[in-house]
Write a protein that binds this ligand. Structure first.
Ligand code: SF4
Length: 353
């Protein structure tokens, strides 16, 4: 069989299924890897005899555990994200926030029901990080020519964090000073998420990102204000992301929202994106400024799901990157900080603090 580019840890998975005596197993893969879902499900099923249920819902991050499927199966295998990140970055925030808000509605039944289910599903979810098996040295050697300064911050998605020290050796041999940033918000040194870039806040003007796609490097450039060189070890492609180019896209959206008189405040209902307290606070701020504001809860935030609501603009309290890079919306969809600029509570320079 052809070697897979990611380590699916099937031996560990099969051993775990047998050890726990599981009969029904759920599989949740990120969007880009759904093409191998059938193959992985067949291998697990053949080896262990379990019924496998594939999650057909979207999956963009550790924030996005398929909670409903977790209730239905004995084990939910969530691929592509790290467990500690889920617990540190999403779960604690959600639990604290959700508990406070549900209690503020005085709805004890809803609160109790949700948290009983949460406790159950937490034990069932097993995170498989999908470490890459590809050699990153060739693409790092190619990327050296694009680094204009003497110093570079080095970051990666969880799939490549184990290879960052190899990348550092290549860069150091080329005369570069390299810093792999540490952050208590993520599991590994140098790790970045689509909405968590603190390990890139190092004293260098440029960041070398190891990974695939434009989602992470575009966010890195926009949020850190640094020039980002993205090196994809699978395609050997090198791409450059300039911070001002990334930021300009948002300036136009903010400018369009300045005439809005009514706002829909979106509350994301995905388990790690729920932030009702922030949505309520924004609603109060809008009303204090003489604007109309309405809370709108939804799982998937798409142009079609926003279409029917008669407001001038939206504020998104769910995934902060959604409106920036995932989806094109006709009406302005602002982040929380962008909304605060629109209502005069934040300066433009404070959008990406
Ligand atoms: S960027 Fe969005 S989808 Fe990705 S981890 Fe953060 S909240 Fe989740």
């Amino acid at each position: 069989m052809e070697k897979r580019p990611y380590e699916f840890e099937l031996e560990r998975i099969n051993a775990l299924i047998k050890e726990r005596g599981a009969r029904r197993v759920g599989l949740q893969l990120p969007e880009g890897l759904k093409t191998v879902a059938i193959e992985i499900a067949a291998e697990i099923s053949t080896e262990t005899g379990v019924d496998v249920i594939l999650s057909g819902s979207s999956c963009y991050g550790a924030c996005d555990v398929d909670e409903k499927l977790a209730r239905t199966v004995d084990i939910l295998l969530h691929f592509g994200h790290s467990e500690n990140t889920f617990r540190k970055h999403f779960l604690s925030k959600e639990r604290t926030c959700a508990k406070k808000e549900y209690n503020s509605f005085g709805n004890a039944f809803l609160s109790k029901k949700r948290f009983v289910l949460e406790e159950n599903y937490q034990e069932k979810v097993v995170f498989i990080e999908l470490r890459s098996t590809v050699d990153i040295k060739p693409v790092v050697e190619s990327a050296v020519a694009e680094l204009t300064g003497d110093c570079a911050g080095l970051v990666a998605t969880v799939q490549h964090v184990h290879a960052l020290n190899e990348a550092k050796i290549v860069l150091t041999r080329s005369g570069k000073k390299v810093i792999i940033g540490k952050s208590s918000n993520v599991t590994y040194d140098g790790q970045v998420l689509g909405c968590e870039f603190s390990s890139a806040l190092v004293p260098c003007d440029e960041i070398l990102f190891i990974g695939s796609g434009s989602f992470h490097p575009a966010g890195l450039a926009r949020y850190t204000g640094k020039r980002v060189i993205a090196a994809d070890p699978f395609t050997m492609q090198i791409s450059i992301f300039e911070p001002e180019t990334m930021r300009k896209k948002r300036y136009g959206v903010i400018a369009r929202a300045r005439d809005a008189k009514s706002f829909g405040i979106i509350v994301g209902m995905k388990s790690g994106q729920f932030n009702l307290s922030e949505a309520l606070a924004l609603k109060r701020k809008a009303i204090a400024k003489g604007l109309a504001a309405h809370l709108i809860a939804m799982d998937e935030i798409t142009e079609a799901s926003l279409l029917g609501f008669k407001v001038d603009a939206f504020v998104n309290t769910a995934c902060p990157r959604l409106a920036e890079d995932y989806v094109h919306f006709n009406k302005p969809v602002l982040s929380v900080n962008e909304f605060e600029v629109v209502i005069g509570e934040r300066g433009w320079e404070g959008i990406w603090p």
